[in-house]
Every structure is written in structure tokens, then in C-alpha cells.
Write a protein that binds this ligand. Structure first.
Ligand SMILES: *Cc1c(COP(=O)(O)O)cnc(C)c1O
Length: 394
């Protein structure tokens, strides 16, 4: 690391709270799926800001949309409305509940992040008159107190207790456990269609449909947290086509501009009424224009198909090495288990080789690259993969 990076690292340590540990690099610019650090070294970004930079870095359509909106109207209070906000709400509803689906119509509440989208959903569930929630072990729903109440892991919860209570945790993917936990006092079942932060854990086929059946049987809502899996990440607009009452999205929605959305359908869409919830920034016209641009590029460039094809190629390539025990995921949300708990070493070796990847657990590697990742960049990574593993396994 150069003197300049070392200097920026020490200024970071002096001026920012130590919530994330020391940064791996100081990054200065990006273009497509590539980023450069303060020393001018280039990397292929296979993490995409954790499933956020859907169009990569500095995509001209996104830059133009944000610039044009900012030059026109950058913010208004929620005493007023803007066209991008209304258009984005209509667009999300059209994607989630196509007219052909026969499902009940829905409504949207906009936020600035994933955890805030979940906070809105959490409050919405309280308006059912019930308070009991059922969530999955190893789930991640964000860092606010409400989201933390939906997190099973004691190490995350205990420093911040008391949290909102009456949450039952069940093993993810286990239908019988879900059936046993949900009662006629349950307000909602909350699940990720694929557990992202847990290391891309895919439930058994039919699990979410069973969750729908169990929720309906008990008069509970089904709330799917698609914050990581939604908006093209898995080669579909939403990973699950099960008809949830509530769906939350965020990460990739505006390609890096902060935004989140809580989408509810049917009767759940009218649970939050005037005075029940609010936000100053949520629904900001710049964020909404950014999201409309992201969705537009995904449509215009057929990225859902690209994501599906390229994701399969990458999974096949990764699985070819005997030091990889299992590869999981859909589209460009990819997780793998190493045969040994060396994910930190593998991530470090990849960075040295010019590839940004992520190690959510000691055994697991996650990739969530920009949806615009090229076949050439993917091929370069797969070619480097065995040597990266050599660097870590020794
Ligand atoms: C990232 C994530 C969140 C939290 O989103 P933030 O924008 O970090 O608050 C919630 N749920 C899931 C599934 C996520 O992946």
C-alpha cells in the first residue's frame, strides 16, 4: 500500500467510528464492473457494493437520469408528490403484480435503505392487531432495532436488548417447524427467498409456497424480504413468484443511490394510515428517477436473460475446483462453500489478484457482481480462480 493510502487509512481510523473495521482499500473511481484504488490499481468488482451497483459504476444512463432530475427538482417534502415517485410506485407494482396475475393490487411506501423498508413492514404487521412474528434463523433483515428483533443471532441481539419482542425463530427451509410456530396469533411470517448474508442459502423447492399456505391458514401475512434478491439480481424482477402480502426491496433498486421500498398487496396495502408512519427523504425524486433508470436499462438491455446465463456459467466454473464443496444461488447472487474455513484468506488472495469478492462466513464466499458484468470479466475471474485458491490453501 502506498503512502497516500496509508495516510487515508489513518485519517479514516481517526475520524470514523470503528463499526466496520479498517477498510480493505481506499477506492477512487469506477467504470462498469471495474474500480480503481488510490494507488491506481484496477479491480474487477464481483461484489457490486453488496448487490447494489446493478449497472456497475458510473453508468451513463444512471448518471444522466440523476443529473437531469437534480437539475429539475431535487427534493420535496412528503406534503407534496413528484412524478418520478408516482411512476416508480406504479412500475414496481406492475412488476410485482402484473395485471395478468389475477392478484390483488398493491401500494408502496418508499424509504432510504433496506432496514427502513423492513421497519415500515414491521410497523405494518402491528396494524393487523397481532404482534407475534415468525422469522428464520440465520436471517438478515438490517440493523435498526426492529430489524434486529428479527435477527436470531445472540451476539448481534444481546448488546442492544430489550428489542421489540414476541418473535419466534425457526430453522430456515423447515416446513414442519414453520407449521408448528405459526398460530392464529401470528401477525406475519418474514423470510428471505434466498438468505443472502448467511452465504446465499437457497431453501428447498416449495418452501415459500408452503409458507404462503401456512400464513393463509392462520390469517397471518407473508412478508418476503427481497432486499438482496430483488430487481434482477437472480435473473427475475423478484426472486419468488409466491404471492406475498408484503415485499421489501432496496439494494439494487437505484443502482447505488439510497432507496428502499415496502410494497404491500391486497388488504395489507391499507394497513398503514395517515399518522402511522413517515419519512423526510423517502420517495425523493432523485432516488426515484435513479430507480426508474435502473429498471429501464435492465429492460432495454435484456439483463435478466444475461444475468441468468452468466450466473450459471460462473457457478459451473467455480464448482470445477475440488476445493469448492458446493456452489449455490441463482443468477448473479452466487455463494459457495470451501472445503476448509479459509474464506478470509481466499478473499484476500482474490483482492491481491485484482478481484473483489466477499466472505460472509468462515467457509463461505459470496459474489454479487453488477448485472452488467461482461462475459470477459467473468472468464478472467474463472481463469484466475485456481491460483487464488492456491494462494489461500497453500
Ligand atoms: C442488506 C439487507 C438488508 C438491510 O439493508 P440496509 O440497506 O443495509 O439497511 C435487509 N435485508 C436483507 C435481506 C439484506 O440483504
Amino acid at each position: 500500500m502506498s503512502d497516500e493510502q496509508t495516510d487515508l487509512q489513518s485519517r479514516y481510523a481517526e475520524s470514523l467510528m470503528n463499526t466496520f473495521g479498517p477498510p480493505k482499500l481506499i477506492l477512487t473511481r469506477g467504470d462498469g464492473a471495474h474500480v480503481w484504488d488510490a494507488d491506481g490499481k484496477e479491480y474487477v468488482d464481483l461484489l457490486g457494493g453488496i448487490a447494489v451497483n446493478a449497472l456497475g459504476h458510473a453508468h451513463p444512463t444512471l448518471v444522466d437520469a440523476i443529473t437531469a432530475q437534480l437539475q429539475t427538482l431535487g427534493h420535496v417534502s412528503n406534503f407534496f408528490a413528484t412524478q418520478p415517485q408516482i411512476e416508480l410506485a406504479e412500475k414496481l407494482l406492475a412488476l410485482l403484480v402484473p395485471a395478468s396475475s389475477g392478484r390483488e393490487a398493491g401500494k408502496v411506501f418508499f424509504t432510504n435503505s433496506g432496514t427502513e423498508a423492513n421497519e415500515a413492514a414491521f410497523k405494518l404487521t402491528r396494524r393487523t392487531g397481532r404482534t407475534h412474528l415468525v422469522a428464520a434463523e440465520d436471517a438478515f433483515h438490517g440493523r435498526t432495532m426492529g430489524a434486529l428483533a428479527l435477527t436470531a443471532k445472540a451476539a448481534y441481539r444481546e448488546p442492544f436488548e430489550p428489542l421489540p419482542g414476541n418473535v419466534t425463530f425457526v430453522p430456515y427451509g423447515d416446513v414442519a417447524a414453520l407449521e408448528a410456530a405459526v398460530t392464529d396469533q401470528t401477525a406475519a411470517i418474514v423470510l428471505e427467498p434466498i438468505q443472502g448474508e448467511a452465504g446465499v442459502v437457497v431453501p428447498p423447492p416449495g418452501y415459500l409456497a408452503e409458507a404462503r399456505r401456512i400464513a393463509t391458514h392462520n390469517g397471518a401475512l407473508l412478508w418476503l424480504d427481497e432486499i438482496q434478491t430483488g430487481i434482477g439480481r437472480t435473473g427475475k424482477w423478484f426472486n419468488s413468484d409466491v404471492a406475498a402480502d408484503v415485499v421489501t426491496v432496496a439494494k439494487g433498486l437505484a443502482g447505488g443511490f439510497p432507496i428502499g421500498a415496502c410494497i404491500a398487496t391486497g388488504a395489507a396495502a391499507d394497513l398503514l394510515q395517515p399518522g402511522n408512519h413517515g419519512t423526510t427523504f423517502g420517495g425523493n425524486p432523485v432516488a426515484c428517477a435513479a430507480a426508474l433508470a435502473v429498471i429501464g436499462v435492465i429492460e432495454d438491455e435484456d439483463l435478466l436473460e444475461h444475468v441468468t446465463v452468466l450466473g450459471q456459467k460462473i457457478r459451473d466454473g467455480l464448482a470445477a475446483d475440488p476445493r469448492v464443496a458446493e456452489v449455490r444461488g441463482e443468477g448473479l447472487l452466487i455463494g459457495l462453500d470451501l472445503t476448509e474455513p479459509l474464506s478470509a484468506e481466499v478473499t484476500a488472495a482474490a483482492l491481491k489478484a485484482g478481484f473483489i469478492i466477499n466472505n460472509p462466513t468462515p467457509e463461505r464466499i459470496r459474489l454479487a457482481p453488477p448485472l452488467v458484468l461482461t462475459a470477459d470479466d467473468a472468464a478472467a475471474f474463472l481463469e484466475a480462480w485456481p491460483a487464488i485458491l492456491d494462494g489461500a490453501f497453500g
